[in-house]
Design a protein around this ligand. Sequence first.
Ligand SMILES: Nc1nc2c(c(=O)[nH]1)N[C@H]1C(S)=C(S)[C@@H](COP(=O)(O)O)O[C@H]1N2
Ligand SMILES: [Mo]
Length: 333
Amino acid sequence: MLIRTRDNGFEHPLSSEITPPAAYQNRRQWLLTAAAMGGMASWASRDAWAQAASVTPKPGKLAALPGKRSAVDGAMTMEALTSYDDVSSYNNFYEFGTDKSDPVAQAKTLKPRPWTVAVEGLVNKPGTFDLDALLKLSPMEERIYRLRCVEGWSMVIPWVGYSLSELIKQVQPQGSAKYVEFVTLADPKQMPGLRSNVLGWPYVEGLRLDEAMHPLTLLAFGMYGEVLPNQNGAPLRLVVPWKYGFKSGKSLVKIRFTDKEPRTAWNVAAPQEYGFYSNVNPEVSHPRWSQATERRIGEGGGLFAKRRQTQMFNGYAPQVGQLYAGMDLRKLY
Ligand SMILES: Nc1nc2c(c(=O)[nH]1)N[C@H]1C(S)=C(S)[C@@H](COP(=O)(O)O)O[C@H]1N2
Ligand SMILES: [Mo]
């Protein structure tokens, strides 16, 4: 039985219940069709699904990382997923080059293990967390988020991780902590893109503490039921679904709690173009282009590419809108 849920209409199949990412999309489509035809789909029909989806399953490339279905409000969009191939080959990760195709080609040199994340600044319990400790810190959840790049493209991705708030609660921010700075790896031996000065390295990002504590702010370790491929930010990254993609720092090595708004890599590189908040906002244009519409990766390109209306806060306004009550989002972009 497909169970109706308040937010999403239907229950989602989980990545972990299917093996190959390539088959994931087809399974979802099949489920949605079955649901539309009278809600007959059930997990007993899993084999039927496998036959219905006439795909050649690709073997999983990376270690499995399953997650339970997230119960966080807004965490499971029912939009069609972007294919694993697109998600893992069309990337922004300037440490590996500025072309979309650079990270998949270059990020093989990134070593996602061993890995530690330092937590410092205005917290009662600072410390250095080993990746294995972080993987165990809280149960893994699957969440299906839209990710929208400031350049005007978007994807829908099944991430695996848990709310960043789980880690924040453990380190106990002090009353004076108002912001969180995220510092990502900058190792020239692993990252050829550091030879370019297109950005100041390391890549840094920041959130207000209440944004960082919001349950939708995800500390992601995987996608499509597997650990993250290097080009998507292995071994752990942020995913902040209501903000432009650049706020979601990849390959995090340090999290610092401060009382001042942190400087961020894009704001330093081009202050007139990128502000601190960078909430997805179709009404505030980037100085060089409109943010009103977006192209969903995988829906076809070229001149006749269909464009979608971009939604305020990337569609997460019901969950996060109140964080910005009373703020002028044209000035504080
Ligand atoms: N360390 C680091 N993190 C980063 C970036 C980067 O260049 N370096 N690019 C950002 C941008 S602009 C986007 S759109 C997303 C892209 O994530 P994806 O490649 O998983 O889609 O990562 C963000 N995180
Ligand atoms: Mo981006």
